[in-house]
Write a protein that binds this ligand. Structure first.
Ligand SMILES: [Zn+2]
Length: 150
């Protein structure tokens, strides 16, 4: 499990105690978009789309692309499919973002989409195409899964 910021823990305790608190603002997104994301996460029936998942997905996607230089990066399978460990695979982070984008209303979607597109461009630049993805990859219909893995 990821380490939680103390503020997030306190907010969650208060929320459970019945205090209606606004969700924490997601880095790079407006308060309004963060609230829309929070709503999608709370109402989603998807096991992998849970409160905080979008924030985690964005952080994971950024971290994957963080190392400086031009060396290619290779996504790796996660060793466990639980909702925490799944983020070890950057492609899972992208799956979550796709899922949330689909469920957001137009304006917050456009804002999150801008962030994701910037990261997508870097992902495309830092990873290599896998010409045999159709034989090797699960859900190879998703472009971010048609890249060479480590
Ligand atoms: Zn796990």
């Amino acid at each position: 499990m990821p380490r939680r910021r103390p503020g997030a823990l306190r907010a969650e305790r208060l929320f459970r105690a019945g205090w209606a608190l606004p969700p924490e603002r997601i880095h790079g997104l407006s308060a309004r978009t963060s609230t829309a994301v929070d709503r999608v996460e709370r109402l989603s029936g998807d096991y992998y789309v849970h409160p905080g998942a979008t924030d985690r997905a964005l952080r994971r996607y950024r971290a994957f692309l963080q190392p400086p230089g031009r060396r290619p990066r290779y996504p790796q399978d996660a060793e466990c499919s639980c909702r925490g460990c799944s983020f070890d695979d950057v492609r899972h982070a992208r799956d979550v973002l796709a899922q949330v984008l689909r469920q957001l209303p137009p304006r917050p979607r456009a804002q999150l989409e801008r962030q994701v597109r910037t990261l997508d461009a870097r992902y495309l630049a830092r990873t290599l195409p896998d010409p045999f993805a159709a034989d090797r990859q699960w859900r190879f219909d998703l472009w971010w899964r048609r890249r060479l893995t480590g």
